[in-house]
Write a protein that binds this ligand. Sequence first.
Ligand code: PGA
Length: 256
Amino acid sequence: MNKLIIANWKMNPLTPHDAKVLYEVEYKGAVGVQGVTTVLCSPTCYLAMLAEEDPPSEQHHVMRGAQNMFWEEEGAYTGETSPVMLTACGVRYVIIGHSERRNYLKETDETIQKKINAALQHNLIPIFCVGETATEKAQGETHAVLERQIRDGLSGIEEIADSETQRRIVVAYEPRWAIGTGTPETAEDTVQVIRFLKTLVSEYSAFSFTFIYGGSLNDENARMYLGESEIEGALVGGASLDAEKFERIIRIASEV
Ligand code: PGA
């Protein structure tokens, strides 16, 4: 089964030189690995530079991704990056609605919905992040929160559906309390949540969905998650900054 392993470098590394080195090493570790598609999501300021590196290709199973984008194509939107610009930099995937952006940048389900729609319209594959907080989990609200995030985030996508291209959406289940904490959700509970998410998206039959897990996944626990057929890949934060660990995760994904 093909697995999708996504590196989310977040706001790292600090120089173009270090970004180039990390990209080159991770690219080499991922290229040609059977049964795995690897996506490297760098900070926006490095995307054009990385486009000059080894051309990523579907064939080699290594693609580039961005960590955010705006929904308009161009104009007076200071500080933003458009889907057209991402495409021009060879980007195929874009993370949308990451909990750090929901939290620190106050992104809402409404702005996330606009971004998902814009990404799909520009043939970018959204990596749509959903997940509950620790309090919401403790109060038994996980399903209600996920349902709201999915319904609001995907609203309007039916209008983009066309019969020629089945557009792809990656849904990353990332419980907020598991991100960067060293305490991941269990694989069993992740499978249960993914089954629930699958029921929620069943009405969008014109789209193909891939369900992945993110939150303190590393080379030591990856096998537990990737060994589950329901978990089709991983969004890797901290461990993606260590090229050796990241390569081990890719190898595990290829073995399971
Ligand atoms: P983490 O981050 O692997 O460092 O927990 C995952 C993410 O935020 O995508």
